[in-house]
Design a protein around this ligand. Structure first.
Ligand code: AKB
Length: 312
């Protein structure tokens, strides 16, 4: 069995991925790392600044790591506030991981890209794998550049870097931070606290989303298939479902009719408007058998069930 390192283990995706892998693997074969002092998990945890190549290399050597899940990044909204920091973290931490993989110290890497690689000139409906990519956020530019580098390393150096373009991820374990799609998680917290939700996007903003269990399953699936079956060497389009804030408000009001959502769009509206409404993921379906299981209704039921359990 391979020994894995998760970089960014304390984030929205990392915390759920470690919980999932804990059920599948020997716990000694999972090493967590993040910039935080401590982990919320009981698995082996090492504080790591992913920008420090030497520290990363030592960690990989000390623990004889085979595969890396590199999830650390600054997301779209925060990226606009800290452009240079975002570029530095998102790109140079990826280079550190790619160079370890190039030297064959690492066998396999998972690195998430995002729908943010698309931009205003991209056709919005069922956006195709190869559609126009002119991102207009630092985050999107870093993800698109990262994709090109992943492909370059895979082709030139024979590395094994696997990637999907995540839509907004809806999850209950850890709050997302600094994303444009974060409203889709925040709204549940207000709903359960009987508070009014102030939405930073307008009510008709259609965006692609995915429920966390599907997101984790996509990582599990793409990391599990034979390298030869992956024809896309950069990053795969991935679809869950699409929704607007109004659609989720209507569904939540059916459960609690006095729930109020107020719409005050801010700078994140422009980011959301530049992204696709829906995603065509036929390449993922064909190459590694991808099919999302959760639609909006199922996602809402699961979110409420899990958040109620956490708050019990
Ligand atoms: C964000 O909103 O920045 C992320 C993403 C879609 O990549 N959730």
């Amino acid at each position: 069995m391979s020994r894995i390192l998760i970089i960014g283990s304390e984030g929205q995706l990392g915390s759920e991925l470690s919980t999932f892998l804990k059920k599948k693997k020997n716990i000694d074969d999972i090493i967590l790392s993040d910039i935080k002092d401590n982990s919320s998990s009981d698995l082996t945890y090492k504080k790591l600044n992913a920008l420090n190549f030497k520290d990363l290399e030592s960690l990989v050597e000390d623990y004889k790591i085979d595969d890396i899940y590199h999830l650390a990044a600054i997301l779209s909204a925060k990226g606009e506030v800290e452009p240079m920091l975002t570029w530095d973290l998102n790109m140079n931490s990826l280079f550190n991981v790619l160079n370890l993989a190039k030297n064959k110290t690492i066998k396999k890497v998972f690195w998430p890209s995002s729908i943010s690689v698309f931009g205003n000139n991209t056709p919005k409906i069922n956006t195709n794998q190869f559609s126009i990519k002119e991102p207009n956020t630092v985050y999107g530019i870093s993800k698109l550049s990262g994709e090109r580098w992943c492909e370059y390393y895979n082709i030139k150096y024979g590395t094994d870097i696997r990637s999907v373009r995540f839509p907004g991820i809806i999850s209950s374990n850890t709050l997302p931070g600094g994303g444009t799609t974060d409203y889709a998680v925040d709204i549940f917290y207000s709903f359960l606290k009987d508070e009014k939700y102030k939405c930073f996007l307008n009510q008709d903003t259609m965006l692609p989303m995915i429920y966390i269990d599907d997101a984790i399953e996509s990582i599990n699936k793409i990391m599990g298939v034979k390298k030869d079956s992956l024809n896309i060497k950069s990053s795969y389009n991935l679809a869950g479902f699409s929704m607007t804030p109004k659609m989720i408000e209507i569904k939540l009001k059916k459960i609690k009719e006095n729930f109020i959502v107020e719409y005050n769009p801010d700078y994140r509206q422009e980011i959301a408007d530049s992204w696709p409404d829906s995603i065509d993921d036929i390449s993922s379906q064909n190459d590694w058998g991808w099919h999302a299981k959760y639609d909006l209704g199922k996602t809402i039921n699961e979110m409420i069930r899990r958040l109620e359990n956490i708050n019990k």
